[in-house]
Design a protein around this ligand. Structure first.
Ligand SMILES: [Zn+2]
Length: 492
């Protein structure tokens, strides 16, 4: 037994062994902060959050670094086009750094809601220009790079291992290279380390090659090296970044350091919405803020951020995930089942008789814990791990029904919910908001007034208004259920 991870570099599952016993360094490519985070970001960062949480659960001392790209990421994801942040800043009439700052805050706000732990270090590309220039100088000195009129390019032909991660050879890359390649390059597959800035480019810095800005790939090599050393244990990122981004990171780092850059490469798969690739033109581009508030025309309601998290964990990080209103709704009801059970167990702990731990229950809990760990050890099979949490839900509900469990037994159940569902999967909270009986009664009265308004709207066949009221209540966490004897409500 022990943790096995699928290494994209070797294309197989491997036993995980960190470079230094008991310690793990992880670097994950962070967002380019030119817009609000969307469902694709959620899939990636929830997946790596669970990896970090599980490693800590296993007792490792983890240092988690995730960068913020605030400069150098061009619109074509390679060496051409405008700076994504510069372009968005023009549209929003802001300084690029003001734009980056506001979307960085927005990103952390969304990730907090998804219960993703903050990285230990969130370095910004713009804060590491000196180090990036240093790496370019090293690569020039070692003969891996060349300068043309103020831009510096990595000479791919000098680095034998180029393509080892993506499995592409240079001929294939050449065939796929864009036609409008920069005239500066000696070879179309070479990539920019440093780009000469045109006078109207706001984000530019002095360098030995004149005013310019770093290439997008450079920051990750530099910042991972600075905070985690020349060889890091785990590097994560989205599948779409495998080539060219990660391939270029390997080339820069290994050429400069003469050392292996990354021991385990992990890539999460992508998301689709209603079975289509997410894209602004398809009107299926859903930001997390829209999902949490239900303010997107593809969504019929708002979704609890932890229900979104649970839906993500319901599939493997290496599998694609399709978001749809129906899938989110199913995720929400599954999340509700877990939450209601945990709350009921905690309530019962206080009322239950004191006494010893039930041996039979203790055995069942130990089995569930083993089963959960076996699933997580198998390349983070969160879908099976989640099904174990549902087995725990069933066990807990049985104990609640027969009403004879001692407080010690119920506490043991709650502890396991906390460890597996809370510490590792991040879907069980330490505390849920408490509502007093008096507050409950007041809320009930207010909701009944709204239910009355809704019924009146329906009688007048104003279904749009009725639906609107239902949605508004739902965004406050209140679900309406139409039953034969009238409409009832419950907390989400
Ligand atoms: Zn990166």
């Amino acid at each position: 037994m022990g943790l096995k991870l699928y290494n994209s570099l070797t294309r197989r599952k491997e036993d995980f062994e960190p470079l230094e016993e008991g310690k793990v360094g992880i670097y994950v490519c962070g967002p380019t902060v030119y817009g609000h985070a969307h469902l694709g970001h959620a899939k990636s960062y929830v997946s790596f959050d669970v990896l970090v949480r599980y490693l800590r659960y296993l007792g490792y001392n983890v240092t988690y670094v995730q960068n913020i790209t605030d400069v150098g990421h061009l619109t074509d994801d390679a060496d051409q086009g405008e700076d994504k942040i510069g372009e968005a800043a023009k549209k929003e009439k802001k300084h690029p750094m003001a734009l980056a700052e506001s979307y960085t805050c927005s990103y952390f706000d969304d990730m907090d809601k998804l219960n993703c732990l903050r990285p230990d270090i969130s370095p910004r590309a713009s804060g590491h220009i000196v180090e990036q220039i240093g790496l370019v100088k090293t690569l020039l000195e070692k003969g891996y790079a060349y300068e043309v009129q103020g831009s510096v390019y990595f000479d791919v032909s000098k680095f034998e291992d180029y393509g080892k991660l993506s499995g592409r050879n240079t001929d294939e890359m050449l065939a796929g290279a864009r036609v409008e390649v920069s005239a500066d390059k000696e070879n179309p597959v070479d990539f920019a380390l440093w780009k000469r800035a045109e006078p109207n480019h706001i984000m530019q810095w002095p360098s030995p090659w004149g005013m310019g800005f770093p290439g997008w790939h450079l920051e990750c090599s530099v910042m991972s090296m600075k905070y985690l050393g020349k060889t890091i244990d785990i590097h994560g990122g989205g599948l779409e970044n495998k080539f060219p981004h990660h391939e270029c990171e390997i080339a820069q780092s290994e050429a400069a350091n003469d050392a292996q850059f990354v021991r385990y490469w992990l890539h999460n798969n992508m998301v689709t919405v209603d079975s289509q690739k997410m894209g602004k033109s398809l009107n299926n581009f859903i930001t997390l803020k829209q999902a949490f508030s239900g303010s997107h025309e593809r969504l019929t309601r708002s979704y609890d951020p932890l229900a979104v998290r649970q839906l993500i964990l319901n599939s493997h990080y290496r599998s694609p995930l399709d978001f749809s209103d129906a899938a989110l709704f199913a995720g929400q009801s599954g999340y509700g089942r877990i939450t209601e059970t945990v709350k009921a167990i905690r309530k019962r702990v206080d009322a239950a008789a004191e006494g010893e731990l039930d041996n039979e229950v203790a055995d069942q809990l130990a089995q569930l814990k083993d089963k959960f760990e076996a699933a997580m050890d198998d390349d983070l099979n969160t879908s099976v791990a989640l099904s174990v949490v549902f087995e725990l839900v069933r066990l807990a509900n049985k104990l609640l029904e027969d009403n004879s469990a001692t407080s010690t037994t119920l506490e043991a159940v709650d502890d396991l919910f906390g460890a597996l569902g809370g510490d590792v999967l991040g879907i069980v909270r330490d505390e849920y908001p408490q509502v007093s009986a008096a507050d409950d009664a007041r809320v009930d009265n207010v909701v009944k007034i709204v239910i009355g308004e809704r019924s009146a709207a329906r009688e007048q066949k104003d279904f749009a208004r009725a639906d609107e009221l239902r949605k508004q209540l739902e965004s406050c966490g209140i679900i309406l259920e139409d039953k034969p004897d009238g409409t009832q409500w419950r907390w989400k």
